[in-house]
Design a protein around this ligand. Structure first.
Ligand code: PEP
Ligand code: MG
Length: 584
């Protein structure tokens, strides 16, 4: 590899590490966000034709986004479909074409000029909004406008053209101002080894998708695109956010060693992934997988999972362009997971729509969707829709070990209402002469602090609970989990959060009812030792996280870990963990 160094001056850049791992490769620069926008006046005879040219470009971009959504590979990161959908909605908003046409007709602007003027106007409106999530949409507006301008200019300089720049066998690192979801779909087909963007942070599209692809990425590296050139040799450290451009031989050797170490660790984890999740003091822990569609069930088994701890069924509804999926379609999906998992447990969560996850084209009008008609509240408000899901679940129950999980339960009455609807579903299936089974377990998600507090009352009504730490922390600490401005305050180690989790686990143990965690905290290896010490016996996570968490469990002496955690909880107001999750 030493011959890779060029003798060019070494440059050190810093951004935010958003997806772990070290990668060394050659840069290719995506320039299209820096479009040269032609500005010229039209004469009166040209105005109609210009409006038609604009319509054709908008339609072409819409068609392309639509095609990308329809042809999304099954293994594409789940976040891409909703992101593409936002862009489709923005580009097909009739107001966009209308307002641009006013600028073309009244000011005689060419279409590119009209688009860029309208784009700036809209982006400024979004940027001035109080709501941080809406503020972030300014970036989407700019990206969509750029897609249309690029189309007007012949559609060149697209990521697909970049694919031809790649040399066989050389790792390629994409350097861009930002990467749109549509570009991501195209780029991922060409196996890029890393991403650097000028803007964005841990919650940007690039970051989300890079993490789910397992590709190192650094975002917010201001001006990286202007400081790095095509074919420069680049090192990315996706943890520290360091970028080294044209590293010296010595720096390169350092990172090569680090890259090798990380790869070795990863292959070791992969080799051991099917071993039992048994601690050094022979306590058996259960590791389950979180999935969004039936195709992912096989991945859970391949990564060493023992069943499904969370099947988020809302993705079946979100991805469905023809309205609600029918009872039969749902039955097929649920049965397919149960059949694949044979006798292993399959926890299917009923619909959790209404906050960050919405159906195609449907946006919540609630003032605060996180506190609005979400999840089980939405289902109880739409009993016929909910009944079709419950009927499909009861029909699928014949094929394996089904656990039905209800999200966002806030009180005892909602559990009673769900149980009544389950009875009604069985009653209707009987009347329709359809085969079904009532042999299932019923559980609820612990996501609302009030319910965590009285979990003993809740556990008296159900067979198991699963802690959704993503929402539990959001509601306990009053931090909107999709608002990047407050993301730094999202704190799983807040003493109130740790004590609340401990309380739920202890109550489950004392009542002999299973408690699992299926939020992100369960799959983040930093917290594995802490959760073991708090007494957690069941973890559910993204399939890719299973081998690392299992490795830590196999290295832990749980009784000793528990003593250490309990002592620290008494001695310190707040637990501190080192980089490996040991309590310091
Ligand atoms: C959670 O809230 O922790 C959870 C697992 O549910 P979701 O992330 O789907 O809201
Ligand atoms: Mg949740």
């Amino acid at each position: 590899m030493e011959s890779l160094t060029t003798g060019k001056a070494t440059l050190l850049l810093k951004g935010k590490g958003v997806s772990k791992g070290v990668v060394i490769g050659r840069a290719i620069i995506v320039d299209e966000s820096d479009l040269e926008i032609p500005h010229y006046y039209l004469n009166a005879a040209q105005l109609d034709a210009e409006c038609e040219r604009l319509d054709r470009a908008i339609q072409a971009v819409y068609d392309e986004l639509d095609q990308l959504q329809r042809e999304l590979p099954q293994d594409a990161p789940k976040e891409l479909a909703p992101l593409l959908n936002v862009h489709s909605l923005l580009v097909s908003d009739p107001m966009l074409a209308q307002e641009c046409k006013v600028l073309i007709r009244d000011n005689a602007y060419n279409a590119e000029w009209a688009l860029s003027a309208q784009g700036q106007h809209l982006a400024h409106q979004f940027e001035a909004m109080d709501d941080a999530y809406l503020r972030e949409r300014a970036l989407d507006i700019r990206q969509v406008i750029e897609l249309v301008i690029n189309e007007l200019q012949g559609g060149g300089n697209k990521p697909m053209d970049l694919v031809s720049k790649i040399s066989e066998g050389v790792s390629t690192i994409v350097v861009a101002r930002d990467i749109t979801p549509a570009e991501m779909v195209k780029l991922r087909a060409a196996h890029f080894a890393g991403f650097i963007t000028d803007i964005g942070g841990p919650t940007s599209h690039t970051a989300i998708v890079a993490r789910s692809m397992g590709v190192p990425a650094v975002c917010g590296a201001t001006n990286a695109r202007h400081l790095i050139h095509d074919h420069d040799l680049i090192v990315i450290d996706g943890e520290s956010g360091d970028i080294v451009v044209n590293p010296s031989a010595e720096i390169l050797r350092f990172y090569q060693a680090k890259e090798e170490r990380l790869l070795e660790d990863r292959s070791q984890l992969w080799e051991n992934r099917l071993l039992p999740a048994m601690s050094l003091d022979e306590q058996a822990i259960t590791i389950l997988g979180n999935i969004e569609n039936p195709e992912e069930a096989g991945e859970v088994l391949a990564q060493g999972g023992q069943g499904i701890g969370l099947y988020r069924t809302e993705f079946l509804f979100m991805g469905n362009r023809e309205g609600l999926p029918s009872e039969d379609e749902q039955y097929e999906a649920y049965a397919s997971v149960l059949i694949q998992m044979q006798t292993k447990p399959v926890t299917i969560r009923t619909l959790d729509l209404g906050y960050d996850k919405n159906m195609q084209g449907e946006f919540s009008s609630a003032v605060n969707p996180a506190l609005g008609l979400r999840a089980v509240r939405y289902c109880l408000a739409q009993p016929e829709m909910f009944l079709s899901q419950l009927k499909a679940l009861l029909r699928a129950a014949r094929h394996g070990h089904l656990k039905i999980l209800i999200p966002m339960i806030a009180n005892h009455q909602e559990i009673v209402a769900v149980k009544n609807l389950l009875q009604e579903a069985a009653h209707r299936l009987r009347a329709e002469g359809k085969d079904f089974s009532e042999d299932y377990e019923l559980g609820v998600m612990i996501e609302i602090p009030a319910v965590a507090y009285v979990v003993d009352l809740i556990l008296a009504e159900v067979d198991f609970v699963s802690i959704g730490t993503n929402d539990l922390i959001q509601y306990m600490l009053a931090i909107d989990r999709i608002d990047s401005d407050v993301a730094h305050l999202f704190d799983p180690l807040h003493p109130a959060v740790v004590r609340m989790i401990a309380h739920v686990i202890d109550t489950g143990l004392s009542m002999n009812k299973p408690v699992s965690i299926c939020g992100e905290m369960a799959g983040d290896s930093l917290y594995t030792r802490l959760l073991l010490g708090l007494g957690l016996k069941e973890f559910s996570m993204s399939p890719k996280q299973i081998p690392e968490v299992k490795h830590i469990i196999r290295q832990s002496h749980i009784a000793q870990t528990r003593q250490r955690v309990m002592r620290s909880l008494k001695q310190h107001p707040r637990l501190e963990l080192d980089a490996h999750g040991f309590i310091v």
